[in-house]
Design a protein around this ligand. Structure first.
Ligand SMILES: [Zn+2]
Length: 173
């Protein structure tokens, strides 16, 4: 009995490790998530901008566009959540390659649902100003959060330790 449990644990461990490694090896090749947007539609220093309201620092990028502009995911993946929250408004979370979670917020409309598989050509929603973007020009807030902490990315900036998790999206699109 004991050896069977041990064998099962060993098997589960290697399967988990395999899944982890496959996830890490998947290529990313990000793209601009807002249809027709260019580098002129976001501020080059938008990431970790300080001070930034309630959040303290800006843990993503804001891409400005007309309300209703389609949003495509920067990378393909699985939608792990959609919904509406106070700060982000209507949002979509996509789990993509390398165990990175992609957060799209302030959407006008959500056009996908949980557990859907999305590609770079899927429309997951449209640009809006929901949540704490209400009354501001419509824009997509986009963040990338790594589930595996990158300890070497932490620095002395305000909340700099959180850079273990929040990656600069500009470097990934
Ligand atoms: Zn933002």
């Amino acid at each position: 009995m004991k050896t069977r449990i041990r064998r099962f644990l060993k098997y589960s461990f290697f399967i988990s490790l395999l899944i982890l490694v496959i996830g890490l090896l998947l290529p990313e090749n990000g793209q601009m998530p807002v249809k027709g947007a260019t580098t002129a539609d976001y501020h080059p220093e938008t990431f970790w901008y300080y001070p930034w309201g309630k959040s303290g620092t800006h843990k993503g990028m804001d891409i400005f566009a007309e309300k209703g502009t389609p949003i495509h995911p920067t990378v393909g993946g699985i939608v792990i959540a959609t919904g509406e929250i106070g700060m982000g408004g209507k949002y979509v979370l996509v789990l993509g390659p390398k165990w990175r979670i992609h957060y799209y917020a302030h959407l006008d409309e959500i056009k996908t649902s949980g557990m859907s598989y999305v590609t770079k050509s899927t429309v997951i929603g449209t640009v809006g100003n929901t949540g704490n973007a209400a009354g501001k020009p419509p824009h997509l807030h986009y963040s990338i959060i790594t589930a595996i902490p990158y300890f070497w990315k932490a620095d002395d900036e305000p909340q700099g330790w959180k850079k273990m998790f929040f990656l600069n999206p500009i470097e990934h699109i």
